[in-house]
Design a protein around this ligand. Structure first.
Ligand code: SF4
Length: 249
């Protein structure tokens, strides 16, 4: 049975329930009472209750999402939108493959690092050509084989690869970024500090669902932008009740 992505904690079976030792400090008593639920699920539920369905990721089709995943490296999404608008009707894998790299550089200039990114787009498009630009053919490859294949494409690191797998191809690969690391370090969760450790921690505790990973990542990013910034704004943060690093104003 598919698991709805609403309040997750009520769907998780006993073998995933977290049971921490009671905290001796009275000031944390209220936190212990609600922490019989796995903390990762508490975070998801609190964020989802607050923000609801954020309808990520903007993109008309898998290829456009892949292009967005590369263009968004080290820049704001508003710059990606400008670059995508300049590609206009040429935003298809066939046209990008045929376009001279110098032309592509000019078209995507608003996204920054345009020389590098033009080459990354060319490399990603060449990889996609191996599947005849057919998203269904990509989805038929087992995730364990597909992820390293995408990671071997020039310019694609962990976050970009997982964003492509999750948002372009609807495959359950949890995306980790700086916002994820910051939230989990502050809450805190004992995830480990590397990309792979955080991803493994989350995937071991969540249902294997692209829909849930999609929502969770979106929720963390929006909360990172609104509250859990470098200098956090804890007042009104949906995680305020359980976060040990919250700052009392
Ligand atoms: S309470 Fe503060 S530190 Fe904790 S997650 Fe929210 S904004 Fe970040």
């Amino acid at each position: 049975m598919a698991i709805a992505y609403g309040m997750l904690s009520c769907h998780i079976q006993d073998d995933k329930v977290y049971d921490p030792q009671p905290h001796k400090d009275e000031k944390y008593r209220h936190r212990n009472r609600r922490s019989t639920i796995e903390p990762l699920l508490q975070i998801y539920d609190a964020l989802f209750s607050h923000y609801g369905d954020l309808h990520w990721w903007p993109g008309e089709n898998p290829y456009e999402i892949m292009v967005g995943a590369i263009l968004t490296q080290n820049t704001a999404w508003t710059n990606v939108e400008k670059a995508i608008a300049r590609l206009a009707e040429d935003l298809t894998p066939q046209r990008i493959a045929a376009m001279p790299v110098e032309t592509l550089e000019e078209r995507i200039r608003p996204a920054g690092f345009f020389r590098q990114k033009a080459r990354y787009l060319k490399a990603m498009t060449a990889w996609y050509a191996r599947y005849n630009y057919d998203a269904e053919a990509v989805r038929r490859v087992p995730l364990d084989a597909l992820r390293p294949e995408i990671l071997s494409v020039k310019g694609i690191g962990n976050e970009t690869a997982d964003s492509i797998l999750l948002y372009a191809f609807d495959l359950p690969s949890f995306v980790v970024n700086a916002y994820t690391m910051r939230h989990f370090a502050r809450y805190p969760l004992k995830t480990g500090r590397t990309y792979a450790a955080v991803q493994a921690y989350c995937e071991a505790r969540l249902p294997e669902s692209a829909e849930i990973y999609n929502h969770f990542h979106a929720l963390i990013v929006i909360n990172g932008k609104e509250h859990c910034k470098k200098r956090p704004i804890c007042a009104g943060c949906p995680l305020e009740g359980g976060c040990e690093k919250r700052i009392e104003e």
